[in-house]
Design a protein around this ligand. Structure first.
Ligand code: G3H
Length: 545
């Protein structure tokens, strides 16, 4: 009989096992930087991209598969890109920020049209770069296109009232939204396309100019889009940054020329970048950061539903979601039954390569992650927990694969109690009274979401009222998640700064511009003349701004 370890070792494919539909025939050696509307050839050092998917050779060895490389550019290229973005913005007078929004929409539609033509290339790179299943990679692509179309709808709506004049306390005023300036966009590895675009697209459509740095894992998938970025937008409006963050980003921040930092990543990185900017009040931040979302499962909960939602909440994309459920508080009367069902259902998940039909657990994107997870499991065991599914291979690891582990009973002495694992380990805490999960959420440094499982209206009300001041979203009888993208997506404490629903992102990347005058004949005449003769771009009857 095969051991659990052998089962994991049998999962990586030989070259012949890879279906043609996902095969990468040629590595993607990306050698171009998009700066100031030109694709500049890069002949300097490059970063070799290894897939988390290992390949079995005929001799039985498993080697890391090289899928390509990308430029390791320096602060010099970053500064050139910054200059291009500053010039394109030109203090708000550049072609892009000054362009009527209807025209900006046309450019974005043109880009989206070109992007859709690259769907299969991008999906394939998502699969190979971060190990995301084919189904989820396709969903990520489609959701991003949908996000762009929703953003276009939202910007039209926002714009509809922007030409109206208000009369208040004998003042006449007109308010329109104008862009901030240069936006530095950095997305995360787990949703490299989607989350980068949930800041980049609203920032762009509002008239800002962009510097964007793809995440360390999830870089090559932007290669198929470079020409579309170059061709769809005026020069200098979208510029790429390639290289190690620590080598290139500090020069940008210390220049004081970045107006908005849009980062989906860690609070530690956000903290240090913000401190580098010499003008802390000038810098605006749109941040999606760490989270340790808890599920609170009460004695009266529907156990089957709670198990199902906890599994998708904790293990979709191997738990590598900022919104994942990262700790489960289960009330004492049902905890044994809940754990038993959790073990049974997790055993039904399928582990394997991203292209396999119905696969749930795939190779982890970050090379250092398996060792971190094993260390967290050992630490929990040393402090009194058991891996409840150890007999079924829970917590076993082979290269980038880790079989989900259920840890119980978890307590505050274990690092998994507070640290964000971002991987397939599910800590379960038993509690008797509601003050225990309430205290946990209240004292957490993070405040993204909570999930409550119960049908007891009074208990749910108590939890909702107590926790609404701690987290951005409370989910009733369902896992935590960002979608639908039209809902406000934010967080409290160290989890976020700003809100990223389709509508609110537009506000985050723009600022009100008010034109006001005392209501008298001379001023009314002045405004009328400007409007009638279309003398001003800003002070106009046009709905475009
Ligand atoms: O990693 C964070 C993503 O925004 C998660 O989105 O919860 O809808 O999968 P989702």
């Amino acid at each position: 009989m095969e051991t659990n370890h052998q089962l994991l070792t049998n999962l990586f494919p030989t070259i012949e096992d890879i279906p043609d539909s996902v095969k990468i025939n040629q590595p993607v050696h990306q050698k171009r930087l998009l700066i100031n509307g030109e694709l500049l050839e890069w002949n300097g050092p490059t970063h070799i991209v290894f897939s988390p998917i290992h390949i079995k050779t005929n001799g039985g060895d498993e080697t890391q598969f090289v899928i390509g490389s990308y430029p390791l550019a320096t602060s010099k290229e970053a500064e050139t890109a910054l200059d291009a973005a500053v010039k394109a913005f030109n203090a708000g007078r550049g072609e892009w920020p000054a362009m009527p929004v209807q025209q900006r929409i046309k450019h974005l539609e043109d880009f989206t049209y070109q992007m859709i033509a690259k769907r299969s290339e991008i999906v394939k790179l998502l699969i190979w770069e971060i190990g995301k299943s084919t189904v989820d990679s396709e969903k990520e692509f489609d959701r991003t296109v949908e996000y762009i179309y929703e953003t276009i709808k939202a910007v039209k709506k926002l714009n509809n009232n922007s030409s109206a004049f208000q009369v208040q306390q004998s003042f006449i005023g007109q308010t329109k939204k104008v862009p901030h300036g240069v936006v530095l966009c950095m997305g995360p590895f787990n949703y490299p396309l989607n989350e980068t675009f949930t800041t980049l697209i609203p920032a762009l459509i509002m008239g800002n100019t962009i510097l964007f740095k793809p995440p360390k894992h999830g870089t090559l998938l932007f290669e198929p889009l470079l020409e579309a970025f170059r061709d769809a937008f005026p020069k200098g409006v979208v510029n790429t940054l390639y290289g190690r963050g620590r080598d290139i980003v500090p020069a940008l921040m210390t220049s004081g020329k970045i107006d908005v930092l849009a980062l989906i990543g860690s609070s530690k990185v956000a903290d240090s970048l913000k401190k580098m900017h010499p003008k802390s009040n000038r810098l605006k931040s749109v941040l999606g950061l760490d989270a340790k979302n808890a599920a609170v499962i009460l004695n009266d909960a529907d156990i089957e539903l709670a198990v199902k939602e906890s599994i998708t909440g904790a293990l979709s994309f191997n738990g590598q979601r900022c919104t994942a459920l990262k700790i489960l508080f289960v009330q004492d009367q049902i905890v044994e039954r809940f754990n038993q069902r959790l073990v049974e259902e997790i055993e039904k998940l399928s582990i394997g390569m991203p292209w396999l039909k119905g696969v749930n657990i795939t190779p982890l994107a970050e090379p250092e992650k398996p060792a971190y997870l094993l260390e967290s499991i050992d630490d929990a065991i040393a402090n009194g927990a058991k891996v409840l599914n150890a007999h079924l291979g829970g917590g076993k690891n082979h290269l980038s694969l880790v079989k989900p582990a259920i840890l119980y009973p978890v307590n505050e002495n274990m690092k998994i109690y507070r640290e964000e694992q971002f991987g397939p380990v599910i800590p379960v805490v038993s509690f008797s009274t509601l003050d225990i999960p309430i205290e946990y959420v209240t004292t957490s440094p993070y405040g993204q979401q909570v999930s409550i499982f119960s049908s007891d209206a009074e208990a749910v009300s108590l939890l909702v009222d107590t926790l609404a001041g701690q987290v951005g979203r409370i989910n009733l009888n369902s896992q935590s998640q960002r979608s639908p993208d039209t809902f406000a997506f934010n967080g409290r404490k160290d989890s976020a700064d700003g809100t990223l629903s389709v509508d609110e992102a537009l506000l985050a990347f723009s600022v009100d511009s008010v034109i006001a005058t005392k209501q008298n004949d001379a001023n009314e005449q002045l405004v009328q003349t400007i409007l009638q003769h279309n003398l001003s771009r800003r002070l106009s009857n046009s709905v475009a701004f």
